[in-house]
Each structure stands twice: as C-alpha cells, then as structure tokens.
Ligand binder design. Structure first.
Ligand SMILES: C[S@@+](CC[C@H](N)C(=O)[O-])C[C@H]1O[C@@H](n2cnc3c(N)ncnc32)[C@H](O)[C@@H]1O
Length: 295
C-alpha cells in the first residue's frame, strides 16, 4: 500500500477567504451569453458562471471538474491572499478561478489558444481578470521562467506529454510550497517496496505489479492521440519523488498532494543537473566541468 502521511487538510485550519474587491463584469443578457458560450465551444470544463449558467452541463464525465475540485479543495488554503499560483494546462480556467476567488494571483498557462480564449472570456464573467495572467505556453517553457510559485496545479497534463519526466522535472523546480498533481493511472495499487540494490540478474522483479511503471500508449488511447503514458500508482509516486517532491497525501488514487522535499534534493539539482540544462537548451558544460574536470 502507498504510505499516507497524516497531513491535515489545510482549509480546516485556516480562516475562510476574505472577499476581494473586484471590478464588475459587464452585464450580459442570457441569450447573448448562451450565444457566446456556443461560439466559444466545445468546452471541456463545465464552468458554473456567476449567473448560474453552465458551459458544458452535459459533460460525459459528469460535473467536471467541479467534482474533482471538491476532492482537492480542502488541501488548498482557504485564504490564498499573497500566494502566487501557477495553473498548468489551465484549459477554460476552472481551477484558476477557484484559486483566484481564494485570493491568489494566478499565472494560467495552456498551449491551446482555443481554451485560453474560453478562459479569458470566463475570467471577465467572474470579474477576476485583475487576479490572473494568462500565457500561451508549453510546460517545457517554464524552464525559462525565472520564478517559483507558492502553489502549482499540474492536473490532467502529465500523461499528455511526450516527454513526461522532463516536464515533471521542470515543474518540480517551480514549486515553492505546494504541488497538486493528477495523472491518468493504470489499474493496481501495489507498491513494490524494495526497488534499490537490485542486480542485472534480478530483472524479473521489474515485471512485478508494484514496480514503478509507465505504460506507453503508442496509438490513440481513449480516442485521443495526445494520451501518451499511463503510470501505475507506484510509478507516479516514484516519478514525483525522483523529481524532488515529497508526497504528503492522496485524496484520491490519481491525485498527489506534494511539497518540495527539503531533506533530499533531486538529482536534477545535484549530480544530474547538466542533463536537465541540456534538455532545456541551457548552458550545461560548466556543471560537467565541475563534476569531472575540464576537457
Ligand atoms: C485534460 S486537459 C486538463 C485541464 C485541466 N488542467 C484539468 O485538470 O481539468 C489538458 C490541458 O492541458 C493542455 N496541455 C496539453 N499539453 C500541454 C503542454 N505541453 N503545455 C501546456 N498545456 C498543455 C491542453 O491544452 C488542455 O487544456
């Protein structure tokens, strides 16, 4: 079984968020609003707009991602005043708006202009534009952003990356306090405990159900060619740890609440830093010279 920590949900121990003065959204007639929603579709996020209108009430997953937010909401401080947050793969901005409503200043990134357009439109409906900076960016571009964030949401994106560990290594270095990570998992919750000290002759253990794994999805899995990987639960946990994160708890099997591991730095910050620098187009020779001496 995956070890769970005794971390308490933060929201229970903190004051409720204060109301933040915000510019008002321009009023829209319901018919106009419905037309705009239609024109901006299709919607992956079912946003509940301030007037009660929803952007995709017939979502095939149910009221998505409201039901997912309920699984993590208690692990996010109720008052995020003064926090800088990063929402990676923000889509139409459901989580971005929840963080901004709690007072965070949010940088919301997505590569897809269609979703960013939805999110910008919705931010106006919520009168939250002043709290949010939308950027059209890839996860990998974060390697060139000279900033850390108190809270990072990395939900529903990892398995879409063709270079997943590169993405995770980059993201891990942006986390100052808290990371909420969600990814597609394969079945099975087994954890193979002894993964260190194995020899070449023991390769059979790699096939054990609880050995950390990533299944490669060569063809379109669930009709989506951008689904590249499904980890097992042990694999997702191992990848997070290897990227320098400490897993505090899991409110649900695909969701990991993490903090930077202050006791054990990631290899990407120590002996293997040169590889991450090279993979992100940054000068790396100095690191290698330091490790092995100059050529
Ligand atoms: C499955 S949706 C998840 C949306 C939201 N984070 C959630 O959990 O509901 C994946 C989102 O990530 C975006 N995305 C995919 N690959 C990305 C990348 N390399 N960099 C930034 N965004 C990416 C997609 O455009 C899409 O909006």
């Amino acid at each position: 079984m995956l070890k769970r920590s005794v971390a308490k949900p933060l929201a229970h121990s903190e004051e409720p968020a204060k109301q933040h003065a915000a510019p008002k959204a321009a009023p829209l007639l319901l018919a106009e609003e419905a037309e705009e929603i239609e024109a901006l579709g299709p919607w992956f996020h079912n946003l509940h707009l301030p007037d009660g209108v929803q952007t995709n009430p017939a979502h095939e997953l149910g009221d998505f991602p409201a039901f997912k937010w309920r699984q993590i909401a208690d692990f996010v401080p109720a008052d995020l005043q003064g926090w800088r947050a990063l929402d990676i793969g923000c889509n139409a901005g459901f989580y971005t708006f929840e963080l901004a409503k709690r007072g965070a200043d949010v940088v919301a990134i997505d590569l897809n202009p269609h979703y960013l357009q939805q999110a910008k439109w919705a931010a106006q409906r919520f009168a939250l534009m002043h709290k949010i900076e939308f950027r059209q960016m890839q996860v990998y571009d974060l390697a060139h952003v000279d900033e850390q964030f108190d809270l990072v949401l990395f939900m529903g994106v990892f398995y879409h990356l063709r270079y997943p560990l590169l993405g995770l290594d980059i993201v891990a270095q942006k986390v100052r306090r808290l990371l909420i990570f969600q990814t597609l998992l394969m079945d099975g919750d087994g954890i193979f405990e002894q993964t260190t000290g194995r020899t070449l002759a023991e390769r059979a253990v790699l096939s054990a159900p609880g050995w950390p794994k990533l299944a490669f999805l060569e063809h379109d899995f669930a009709s989506d060619p951008t689904n590249w990987w499904a980890a097992n639960r042990a694999g997702a946990a191992a990848l997070l740890r290897s990227s320098g994160l400490y897993i505090e708890t899991q409110p649900e099997r695909e969701i990991f609440i993490c903090r930077p591991n202050e006791l054990q730095r990631a290899s990407t910050q120590t002996w293997n830093r040169a590889e991450l620098l090279a993979a992100t187009g940054q000068p790396w020779q100095g690191e290698v010279d330091e490790l092995f001496g100059e050529a």
